[in-house]
Ligand binder design. Structure first.
Ligand SMILES: [Zn+2]
Length: 261
């Protein structure tokens, strides 16, 4: 089926889908939904690559170390570099800062170091960054992330599950970073202004499955196929025609991750 939707941040590579990966990926492809399985550590990054390499098109991978794991393992640049050489790897991450789950000063310092290593790897490979940013008791992670990106990044990227302020969104957009939205936008209108803010070419959609299922399946298992509901809701919020928004969400994903001709 001709693809029409792109779930740019999902985790069929994680334990929750163990043994059912092919079934879930086939379901998505049959519904015209392409996906990027996002690595959170070395093992899940390799799993994302293995899943992607089984498909000629429509299934891609990122490799990286999630900030909540950055405190317990070193970032082994050479190991991740080896993985990133697969043609299916379209971005580095998810990487960034999580001040909600990690609050001790040493852990925060470690997250910053590991994030900078991943920015440098992305620069070296000229691949975009898949960012995970969450503010919390340890402070404003968006502000800190912006200053590290300004200082180190020479590649663009995407800020996944964006939940910062309008001003923070503007700052990311002006640095060339797109924003992606999850199923959360289907059950609250809190993000409507944020969804309307960027130019149409700077937004994408994702499920972040198995987390945050959209409204129609809330509380149940989330899967990439439900990105359609997220895209429809984003199209309802935006001022452009529905068709234009839906096709832009797909085309933006192809452009950002260099996957379509
Ligand atoms: Zn994720």
């Amino acid at each position: 089926m001709r693809p029409s939707y792109f779930d740019i941040h999902t985790h069929i590579n994680l334990e929750a889908f163990s043994g059912r990966e092919s079934e879930i990926i086939e379901e998505s492809l049959q519904h015209g939904v392409w996906m990027i399985n996002v690595g959170v550590d070395f093992g899940s990054s390799q799993k994302a690559i293995d899943l992607a390499e089984k498909h000629e098109e429509g299934v891609y991978a990122t490799v990286g170390l999630h900030p909540i794991y950055a405190t317990e393992s070193d970032f082994d640049t050479e190991a991740f570099l080896g993985q990133a050489l697969s043609s299916k790897v379209v971005a580095i991450g998810e990487c960034g800062l999580d001040y909600f789950h990690v609050t001790d000063p040493q852990g925060v310092r470690r997250q910053r170091e590991v994030f900078v290593s991943q920015i440098e790897l992305a620069n070296r490979l000229k691949k975009p960054l898949m960012l995970h940013i969450r503010s919390g008791p340890a402070g404003n992670a968006y502000a800190d992330c912006l200053s590290l990106l300004k200082k180190h990044a020479r590649v663009p990227g995407n800020s996944h599950f964006f939940s910062g302020t309008l001003d923070e969104a503007k700052a990311f957009l002006s640095l060339g970073f797109s924003l992606s939205f999850t199923g959360v936008v289907t059950f609250t209108s809190d993000y409507d202004e944020l969804v309307q803010l960027p130019s149409l070419d700077m937004i994408m959609v994702e499920t972040d499955a198995p987390y945050v299922a959209p409204l129609s399946v809330r509380g149940k298992e989330n899967r990439p196929v439900y990105v359609k509901e997220v895209a429809q809701r984003v199209a309802d919020i935006r001022v452009e025609s529905k068709d234009e928004v839906i096709s832009s969400l797909f085309n933006n994903s192809c452009r950002m991750f260099s996957v379509c001709s």
